[in-house]
Design a protein around this ligand. Structure first.
Ligand code: PLP
Length: 385
């Protein structure tokens, strides 16, 4: 199998699953319990929290565990709006993940004014538009760090300067950038930042929200005293252990992984561009997560390419994993100005830690053949486009 859908999810690293299964065998205590078997688990959670805080350049108390990246995003938006009842305006972008976009849509129905900042042809947001959208009633700006479909990286530091000048809080969805871009929360200048374990070779169903100390935010899940009383519920202890180990591995080998992935992706990109006619690369040429490659293959349906590749056990995506089964054309590709008929021809390949040189060789052998065959039987005349 050749797995090229690492932006959808990553395979769990064997060291992570090992650590989790050992934990599950040895510990069942509730971290809120005061006797030793509870205390031990509490300490283990604290260690994982510390590792994640170190990786982000944050302090331990600034990390709140959530049930997913999606929950972290929801927490940021709802939590801030709840804290500022008199400021019911937020600003986001047109290319956010549904975790933010659908939440913003929902909030609009609850009388929150949402401004969606447009992007250019590469998927970079319009900073002037953003700046001019801020009003005295704006409580939060939420702009993703790196886009899941294109890999394009947003100028979060510049947005942070604008947000600070205007006294507006800044959240970034760093689910795709964490582990792929070297950053620290202080340098980005954000108040809130979302991450998720299953994008970094950790388990599914565990994420975290970084909340800068002193940030005014209301509790998101009400109940017990867990997570500083702002995200109640008995902790996903084994998930947290796995998350901590995944982040420890990032600290240990993230730089080496990144260099290797970038080299492989460069070879794959250049190979596709030289071997396949009528392809269009989508995303920023430089300012992007290099392991994410999005191509339009003129004249073809992306699903047909995806299925043909799947018969060779090569797995890619037609865009965001969450919209895979919907008929909708990717909102991201539309936002960068692709016509729906071009957007429908687009495939995303996202590389990860476990991809090899042989994977790239195989794809560069199989893909041109598949495209050629599909174009032979395709009814669409690509020269017309
Ligand atoms: N934000 C971005 C940019 C993502 O790519 C994803 C996952 O696809 C999420 C949020 C949601 O994370 P999770 O799957 O942990 O809910």
């Amino acid at each position: 199998m050749i797995y090229l859908d690492n932006n959808a999810t990553t395979p769990i690293d064997p060291k992570v699953s090992e650590k989790m299964s050992q934990f599950l065998k040895e510990h069942f205590g509730n971290p809120s319990s005061l006797y030793p078997i509870g205390r031990e688990v509490k300490e283990i959670i604290t260690k994982a929290r510390k590792v994640i805080a170190i990786a982000l350049g944050a302090s331990r108390t600034e990390i709140i565990f959530t049930g997913s990246g999606t929950e972290a995003d929801n927490f940021a938006l709802f939590g801030v709006l709840d804290a500022f009842p008199e400021k019911n305006e937020i600003i986001t972008s047109s290319i956010e993940h549904p975790a933010v976009l659908e939440t913003a849509n929902y909030l609009e129905k609850k009388d929150v004014k949402v401004t969606y900042v447009p992007v250019d042809q590469y998927g970079t947001i319009d900073l002037d538009f953003l700046k001019s959208s801020i009003t005295p009633k704006t409580s939060l700006i939420s702009i993703m760090h790196a886009n899941n479909e294109l890999g394009t990286i947003q100028p979060i530091e510049a947005i942070s300067k604008i947000a600070r000048e205007k006294g507006v809080l800044l959240h970034t969805d760093a689910v795709q950038s964490f582990g792929k871009i070297d950053f620290k929360v202080k340098n980005l200048g954000v108040d809130l930042l979302s991450i998720s374990a299953h994008k970094i070779y950790g388990p599914k169903g565990i994420g975290a929200l970084y909340i800068r100390k002193g940030t005014n935010i209301k509790p998101f899940i009400h109940g017990g005293h867990q997570e500083r009383q702002i995200r109640a519920g008995t902790e996903n202890t084994s998930g947290i252990v796995g998350f901590g180990e995944a982040v420890r591995l990032l600290i240990e080998q993230g730089k080496k992984d990144k260099e290797r992935i970038e080299k492989l992706a460069k070879r794959l990109k250049e190979g596709i561009e030289s071997k396949i006619p009528k392809v269009k690369f989508n995303g920023h040429p430089e300012n992007r997560i290099k392991g994410t490659l999005n191509f339009s293959f003129m004249g073809l349906e992306a699903e047909a390419i995806l299925l043909a590749l799947a018969t060779k056990e090569i797995y890619v995506s037609t865009g965001s994993a969450c919209s895979e089964d919907s008929e909708e054309v990717s909102h991201v590709l539309q936002a960068i100005g692709l016509k729906p008929e071009i957007a429908r021809t687009s495939i995303r390949m996202s590389l990860g830690r476990f991809n090899t040189e042989e994977d790239i060789d195989t794809v560069l052998r199989e893909l041109p053949e598949i495209i050629e065959k599909l174009r032979e039987i395709s009814a669409i005349d690509i020269d017309e486009e």
